[in-house]
Design a binder for this molecule. Structure first.
Ligand code: PHE
Length: 344
């Protein structure tokens, strides 16, 4: 019987040695330690052992059971730790890893320029007026009539302006100057505003011209506003926009809604006045139209030109953006080519 117990012990130890996880260990443990196990049966058979041998055999069975139990417990502990570590390893999150790339959009270059220009004029005391006072779908009255534009003026021609099928009085505005009229109708001086937005002209599209482009309109109406205020504000704008002082030139010009009128040139920023393809060899770039608000325009909105005076200006956003970033084709702004847009 002693022999038998030692054999059981030996095979049990071997089998425990061979186990590789909690489950296989559990099977071996059951086989040797459960009620139905061989060892347990031997314990039950002790009563048939001669009394003088009983203590020795009994002690041996107990000792072997204990040994098997200790060893399986030890193994169980090992497997448990190993499995836990494995699980922790596989569920590990490395918070120092860079996050996955989420592409986000960014500001379009024209929006960027508009924001910059508006900020400059805000520094100079102007307020931003958005589209509520200057719709893109406009009536002839606001796009031309109230801006003192004669009936026979060429700008009214279908060659230049998009007329709507809704009727001959509805146009896509050809300039942001409608904002001047609407602002003056809706408030009283002092008025000091800028109003950016889209404008449309019926033109053949080229590297320099697009049917749709953007302007920023400015208007300042108060008592004693003079042409030198206009010059001071616009020179300061040009200095701030291009980042340093630039010579400017105010050329005599004509707009129906301003008198006197001027076109403002800045010294070519590509060649610094020497003459290059960008400035067509002249050394100057035209960037603004401006002038003193015509008394007829003030009268039409019930502002007394004997008491108030004002200046207005308009500038092309595409042109100013192209000059700042040396962009040679206006169509790039409208192609949605990500390689172009990503540079801003
Ligand atoms: N509206 C004019 C244009 O589109 C620009 C301008 C605005 C001129 C305001 C004078 C005053 O050319």
């Amino acid at each position: 019987m002693e022999q038998k117990i030692l054999e059981i012990k030996e095979t049990a130890l071997k089998e425990i040695e061979k186990t590789y996880d909690l489950k296989s260990l559990e099977e071996v443990k059951n086989k040797y330690l459960s009620r139905a196990s061989e060892l347990n049966n031997l314990k039950k058979g002790l009563k048939d052992v001669p009394p003088e041998q009983r203590p020795k055999i009994g002690a041996l069975v107990n000792q072997v059971s204990k040994e098997i139990e200790t060893l399986t417990n030890q193994k169980q502990e090992e497997f448990y730790t190993a499995e836990l570590n494995k699980k922790l390893e596989s569920e590990k999150i490395d918070i120092t890893l860079p996050s996955t790339f989420e592409p986000v959009g960014h500001v379009h270059p024209l929006t960027k320029t508009i924001n910059e220009i508006v900020e400059i004029f805000e520094l100079l005391g102007f307020s931003l007026i958005e589209n509520q006072y200057s719709p893109e779908v406009e009536t002839v009255k606001y796009n031309f009539d109230l801006l003192n534009t004669p009936k026979e003026h060429p700008a009214r021609d279908v060659q230049d302006t998009f007329y709507s099928k809704l009727g001959e009085n509805v146009v896509l505005r050809s300039q942001t100057s409608n904002a001047q009229v609407r602002q003056m109708q809706n408030s009283r001086p002092p008025i000091k505003i800028v109003s950016p937005g889209r404008v449309y002209r019926s033109e053949s599209v080229s590297a320099r011209k697009n049917n749709l482009f953007h302007q920023i309109e400015g208007l300042y109406v108060d008592k004693n506003v003079t042409f030198s205020d206009l010059k001071g504000v616009l020179n300061e704008f040009i200095r701030l926009y291009f980042g340093s002082y630039r010579p400017t030139r105010f050329r005599n010009s004509f707009f129906p809604f301003t008198e006197p009128s001027a076109e403002i040139d800045v010294q070519c920023i590509m060649c610094e006045g020497k003459g290059c393809p960008t400035c067509s060899g002249t050394g100057w770039l035209e960037i603004l139209g401006a002038g003193m608000v015509d008394p007829n325009v003030l009268k039409a909105v019930d502002i007394d030109p004997e008491v108030y005076s004002g200046f207005a200006f308009g500038m092309g956003v595409e042109r100013l953006t192209m000059l700042k970033y040396a962009i040679d084709d206006i169509r790039l702004f409208f192609n949605d080519d990500i390689r172009f847009l990503n540079q801003f």
